[in-house]
Design a protein around this ligand. Structure first.
Ligand code: ADP
Ligand code: MG
Length: 723
């Protein structure tokens, strides 16, 4: 009898090596060749049109119809010259991935001829039949369709999949009634808000600064697995993670994978997707093995947050496509395998000025200290919102599992900056000694550039030299979820800062004294969020509780932080969301969670009933037959005792397994019947998901004892080590 597992292993071992040849050995020859960059646009537009478009993009202004026609024409010519036959609006619905609907340029005139058409109206707006994208009830109640609208601040690009080339136009996705149904819309609003607040604060120091843009450099972790092994695992296929699977004798204990040499087949895959990425202007610059076997990471050079997010979404798409060429599958799930590390997506974040300065780059002045301390204060006031931003079913497996930062948000700043803050806080005679404090405390700041070594890898929010790094973001996440919250809380905080500083200045204080006084006040008010120790330790969980920091370990409860009165005041009050949008987003995220758990539960049940139990029964039969025949031969009981014990063991786990699955099935039916998405999500979390572990334990116990030849699912050792 054939066994799917052994067939898969055979295929995986017989893979031919796919040789990859980049178009040139000089990356600069093809870098961004598939992006409608400003330079490219310049070649296709009149000088006046180009200047108007750039002014509109940089000033965030509307582009009128006539200009849109010019840009559309330019894009069309460029795209067709480069092999494109169709175009699509490319957007980021709340499902977490990207979406597109292709239309051809070709428009028939009559039955014998036609032309390639693409006008400003189609560039600006399109109506995908988006009625099945999650909308949190928005469209159900109001209008069944949404539309997409061009985001000129992110460049169009050409995507090549399966031999077809398509012009992709980054867009936002909104309902007919005008509410955002995506991540990009609130993100763009948050970027605008932080620009305004940061520029205002910058003006204390430099009046020539006109624009502040958040920067983002993400680091993407992922696993690779052979396509055949992947396909033989219904759980990987349907949920992206293994729901059962006994720990292998060798996992990551030896730490021999981390930064080790990259297997040849994987290397070819990396070279392939990097080449595609580079053509699309994604500057993937580092690649290495990660901690777990089969785990890798790539990172680009950072850029402005909006395009960095688009590029991350795009790269994940590309990686999935390219993997197919190499008979591999990419796993972006936060925790594909129990017992080995999961995957995250560090978000390195800072604020850059149009004058070329990084506002979080340590320097011996009050400007750095203002932005640095305001970041800490923002996180201390709104840590719960940040927690909500990183919440997802997948990430629940990582946060607090001693491999990723815990669900407790805290900030790490390193010893030197801690000392600086202490000195500022304790400086006496602030009014008289401004110059002295500046000289002794502030002017010693650049030294910390030498102190980047003691990075605390366990912190969820760490200062790493000239930027903060949000380490708790999940590997599947759209970075926009975190970026829109982080930039909003920073914007709010900077606005508050300015109000307080201005009040002191109006009261007669010098600007420096006013800045220092408020900075000092913020240091005192936000100290409780700073933590330099081991975030994975139990002591920290206890200490954090004393400090009043939340420790919410599961998504449906963490998401509640998005809709508290305080969150609404912040997010709705500053126009990041309309109230209905916020509620809809919240509902979509809860729905997403409950559907994921529902699918996992169903897949787990299927696998147990149709794969694990039959294999166990076969082994049971074998053992029973053996015991019977030995008995018939009238041999002593000692000759079949081991078999009999095993048989009892198998029966015990089998019974537990069946009972467990039945119980879960009942719990699921009950959870399904609960009303609102958030109530349902909590029911799934508290009554269904909690049963997974027991079921898994019985299945894994069976995997360990039954005949290897009978086990139908690729085992961990195969999934993790065959490449
Ligand atoms: P790690 O030690 O965390 O692996 P890496 O050096 O691999 O650090 O990654 C650092 C990331 O931070 C890179 O993606 C880099 O582009 C990004 N980065 C560097 N400077 C900034 C900045 N000013 N703003 C945002 N991201 C930045
Ligand atoms: Mg990092």
């Amino acid at each position: 009898m054939s066994n799917a597992r052994f067939d898969a292993i055979d295929s995986a071992l017989a893979r031919p090596f796919v040789k990859v040849t980049p178009p040139s050995n000089k990356i600069s020859d093809y870098f961004a060749s598939r992006v409608f960059t400003n330079d490219t646009m310049r070649n296709y537009l009149t000088k006046d049109a180009f200047i108007s478009v750039m002014a509109a993009i940089e000033g965030g202004k509307k582009i009128d119809r006539e200009l849109a026609d010019d840009v559309a024409n330019a894009m069309k010519s460029w795209a067709i010259e480069n092999g494109a036959t169709s175009y699509t609006h490319w957007f980021q619905p709340l499902t977490g991935s990207t979406a597109q609907k292709h239309d051809t340029f070709f428009t028939p005139m009559d039955d014998s001829k036609g032309i390639e058409k693409f006008g400003g109206d189609t560039l600006i707006q399109q109506e995908p039949d988006g009625s099945s994208f999650p909308s949190g009830g928005l469209r159900v109640t109001f209008e069944a369709r949404g539309y997409t609208a061009w985001d000129p601040s992110s460049p169009a690009f050409l995507l090549e999949v399966g031999g077809a080339t398509t012009l992709c136009i980054p867009t936002i996705f909104i309902s007919y009634t005008g509410e955002a149904l995506d991540y990009k819309t609130p993100l763009l609003r948050a970027l605008k808000y932080v620009n305004k607040s940061a520029v205002d604060v910058c003006h204390y120091f430099d009046k020539s600064i006109e624009r502040v843009v958040p920067t983002l450099g993400w680091e993407q972790e992922y696993f690779l697995v052979d396509a055949a092994l992947f396909t033989a695992r219904p759980d990987l296929m349907a949920t992206g993670r293994t729901l059962i699977g006994a720990r292998p004798a060798k996992g990551q204990q030896l730490d021999d994978h981390y930064f080790g040499s990259i297997p040849e087949r994987v290397h070819a895959f990396m070279l392939d997707f990097e080449t595609e990425a580079l053509k699309l202007g994604i500057t993937v610059s580092t690649r290495h093995n990660e901690v777990a076997p089969g785990q890798y990471e790539c990172a680009p050079v950072f850029s402005d947050a909006n395009t960095a997010i688009d590029k991350n979404q795009l790269l994940m798409d590309i990686m999935e496509h390219v993997a197919v060429r190499h008979q591999l599958r990419v796993l972006f799930h936060e925790k594909p395998y129990a017992g080995v590390n999961g995957s995250g997506k560090h978000n390195n974040w800072s604020l850059a000025t149009d004058t070329g300065n990084n506002l979080l780059s340590p320097s011996n002045n009050l400007r750095f200290l203002s932005f640095f301390v305001n970041t800490i204060k923002a996180v201390s006031v709104h840590s719960d919102l940040l927690r909500a931003a990183i919440a997802s079913a997948g990430n629940d497996h990582r946060l607090g599992a001693n491999e990723a930062p815990p669900a407790i948000i805290s900030v790490f700043i390193g010893s030197t900056l801690s000392q600086v803050l202490d000195k500022v806080e304790n400086a006496v005679g602030l009014d008289k000694n401004i110059e002295e404090i500046k000289k002794n405390v502030i002017e010693s700041i650049p030294d910390i550039m030498l102190d980047n070594t003691d990075r605390n890898r366990t912190s969820p929010f760490a200062f790493t030299g000239n930027k903060f790094e949000v380490r708790a973001v999940g590997s599947t996440a759209n970075c926009a979820a975190t970026m829109l919250i982080l930039n909003t809380i920073m914007a709010e905080q900077l606005k508050q800062f300015k109000t307080e500083v201005d009040a002191l200045i109006e009261g007669g204080e010098s600007q420096d004294a006013a800045l220092l006084r408020i900075i000092r006040k913020y240091i005192t008010e936000s100290k409780h969020i700073l933590f330099e120790g081991d975030n994975y330790s139990d002591e920290w969980a206890k200490e954090a509780e004393k400090r009043g920091l939340s420790n919410i370990k599961v998504t449906p409860y963490a998401l509640d932080f998005l809709v508290t009165d305080a969150a609404k005041a912040l997010l709705v009050g500053n126009g990041i969301y309309q109230e209905r949008e916020l509620m809809a987003h919240y509902e979509v995220l809860q729905e997403n969670y409950l559907m994921k758990i529902d699918i996992e539960s169903r897949v787990l049940e299927d696998m147990v009933i149709s794969q694990v139990i039959p294999a166990a029964v076969r082994y049971q039969n074998e053992l029973a037959g053996n015991v019977l025949s030995l008995k018939e031969l009238e041999l002593a009981e000692s000759s079949y005792k081991a078999q009999l014990d095993l048989l009892k063991e198998v029966s015990k786990h089998l019974n537990k397994l069946k009972k467990g699955v039945d119980k879960m099935s009942k719990a699921r039916t009950k959870a399904e019947s609960k009303g609102h998405a958030d109530v349902q999500a909590k029911a799934y979390c508290d009554t269904v998901k909690v049963l997974f572990d027991d079921i898994r334990n019985s299945a894994d116990a069976l995997e360990r004892i039954i005949d290897d030849e009978l086990w139908p699912l690729p085992k961990y050792r195969e999934l993790l080590f065959i490449r």
